[in-house]
Ligand binder design. Structure first.
Ligand SMILES: NC(=O)C1=CN([C@@H]2O[C@H](COP(=O)(O)OP(=O)(O)OC[C@H]3O[C@@H](n4cnc5c(N)ncnc54)[C@H](OP(=O)(O)O)[C@@H]3O)[C@@H](O)[C@H]2O)C=CC1
Ligand SMILES: O=C(O)C1=N[C@H](C(=O)O)C[C@H](O)C1
Length: 265
């Protein structure tokens, strides 16, 4: 499977490139970076610090290399991800997008892309987070109406979007399990509201230091509470999952896939 990594110097892109370079079932064909960077034209292995040259370049123009690949992995910015999506559609290439921060309309463009190309979107590529999502679905179906649900997510100081893509997916899963839409029940940064509005899902985002990613969903009852938590110690779990998604997508029919398809959840 021939792979292009968008953003190979980023926190995720670097790890994805390192893991892809170490796997027998992936052949890296290029990295794509923003124009003007001093590592354009360098070997991808140097740009992503894989420890040895990979014999393929970092370019600043995806269209110049896109026909050489089977699958593109994009963990970049929401602006770049939209450009990558347009080129993947034009060149009929499979795309794994793990970038977050999209509006509902932008998310719909990814779903629509599945009519033309193999398209996999995953706001979180960790196996454990996606197992947690199954637990949340069950918990919300059973106690969602009774519980006060609050989501607290923590990330590093550089993260561009809030709330995280993962917490939005978690909220959507729980809202749907209760027969609702997230937009109708989400309350962001609750302040000075008493009593708490029944049936809402509260969102709280904390940004500090180099915290890789933590998500806790609280189910508050009278006299007891349940917490479901995931902590990552670094970004490797997400990078491993992203490579698994790319291998899964190679050779697939056009369709909109999620990591649930990869993990058989
Ligand atoms: N799905 C998941 O499991 C996960 C998703 N994410 C999401 O992935 C995204 C990236 O996160 P992270 O790696 O931490 O961010 P970083 O800021 O570390 O990396 C972003 C990368 O995108 C590159 N980039 C920016 N603009 C362009 C462009 N026009 N063309 C090509 N490359 C571009 C940057 O290049 P340069 O380095 O030169 O500036 C950088 O390498 C975020 O949306 C984040 O939320 C993160 C972790 C896990
Ligand atoms: O930016 C990150 O770091 C992460 N982003 C994703 C998100 O927005 O949910 C996934 C994970 O939390 C790490």
């Amino acid at each position: 499977m021939k792979l292009i990594v968008v953003g190979p110097r980023g926190k995720m892109g670097k790890l994805i490139t390192q893991i892809a370079a170490s796997r027998d079932d992936i052949e890296l064909v290029a990295g794509v970076a923003p124009k003007g960077r001093d590592y354009i034209g360098k070997d991808l292995g140097q740009a992503a610090m894989t420890g040895s040259d990979l014999g393929v370049p970092v370019v600043d123009d995806l269209s110049s290399v896109i026909d050489d690949c089977d699958v593109i992995i994009d963990f970049s910015t929401k602006e770049m991800a939209m450009e990558v999506l347009a080129l993947a559609l034009e060149h009929k290439k499979a795309l794994v997008c793990g970038t977050t921060g999209f509006t509902p309309d932008e998310m719909q463009r990814f779903r629509d892309a599945g009519k033309e190309i193999p398209m996999l979107y995953a706001a979180n590529t960790s196996k454990l987070v996606n197992v947690i999502n199954k637990l949340l679905e069950v918990a919300a179906a059973v106690i969602g109406e009774e519980a006060d649900i609050e989501i607290l997510e923590m990330h590093d100081q550089w993260k561009k979007d809030a709330p995280s893509g993962t917490s939005k997916e978690m909220g959507e899963i729980m809202a749907h399990a209760m027969g609702k839409e997230l937009a109708d029940v989400a309350v962001y940064g609750r302040q000075g509201v008493s009593p708490r509005e029944k049936g809402t899902i509260g969102y709280h985002s904390l940004r500090a230091g180099n915290i890789p990613s933590s998500h806790t969903v609280y189910f508050g009852f009278m006299g007891e509470r349940m917490e479901i938590t995931h902590h990552s110690y670094n970004w490797e779990c997400f990078a491993r999952g992203a490579c698994d998604c790319a291998v899964f997508l190679a050779g697939k029919e056009a369709g909109f896939y999620t990591i649930k398809d990869v993990l058989h959840l």
